[in-house]
Design a protein around this ligand. Structure first.
Ligand code: IMP
Ligand code: MG
Length: 190
């Protein structure tokens, strides 16, 4: 019996949206492994506690932690995101707090992208109040040209130009997180 060939379903851009590859999956994987080696070197013989900022950082965190050659543990926080818009509201709201105490731990806050810096400044401030032993920031992407708050990441995957990107965890209205590459998303202004 002849079977109908199944078409692989791929996430396709809506008709009016255009995707352009900025960072290929293979390059991301190489860079994530290099960042993990830096972390492994910086904390010899110690445990690192990775805190992922939901939801964008989950893919980066999952790849990063598997390349770290140390004792590790994971927790997550969730903050209000951009929603459907491409612009930040400028307000940060904590939607989910940590499950456990971080006092005395080597904390690495893992974020998908450092843009205006509002989110990470807020999270850094509330986490420092909880007395971790150390607090570092790992961001897959950095858009320094957009910075409003004075904050830098200790570990950066890639510095990128001021363009709106999706894929590898990053979304636009919750879509495109499953793309393996990081792509620039062009949405025509209505
Ligand atoms: P910040 O508070 O402006 O630094 O923004 C951080 C958050 O905004 C990130 O965690 C992302 O969720 C979102 N964001 C910023 N730039 C982009 C982008 O280019 N694509 C998708 N999300 C972005
Ligand atoms: Mg987001």
């Amino acid at each position: 019996m002849k079977r109908k060939q199944k078409r692989q379903k791929r996430p396709t851009a809506q008709k009016t949206e255009r995707l352009r590859v900025l960072l290929r999956h293979a390059a991301i994987q190489r860079r994530v492994a290099a960042v993990a080696r830096e972390i492994t070197r910086d904390f010899p013989g110690e445990r690192v506690h990775l805190i992922g900022v939901l939801k964008g950082a989950c893919i980066f965190l999952a790849d990063l932690i598997r390349e770290i050659d140390l004792d590790t543990s994971i927790d997550f926080m969730a903050v209000a995101s951009y929603g459907k818009s491409k612009e930040s509201s400028g307000q940060v709201r904590l939607n989910k707090d940590l499950d456990s105490n971080i006092a005395g731990l080597n904390v690495i806050l893992v974020e998908d992208i450092l843009d205006t810096g509002l989110t990470l400044s807020y999270l850094r401030r509330i986490l420092l109040e909880r007395n971790p032993k150390t607090l570092k920031i790992a961001a897959l992407l950095d858009k320094p040209s957009r910075r409003i708050q004075d904050i830098e990441a200790d570990y950066v995957g890639f510095t990128i130009p001021n363009e709106f990107v999706v894929g590898y965890g990053l979304d636009y209205g919750e879509r495109y997180r499953n793309l393996k590459d990081v792509c620039v998303l062009d949405v025509p202004i209505a």
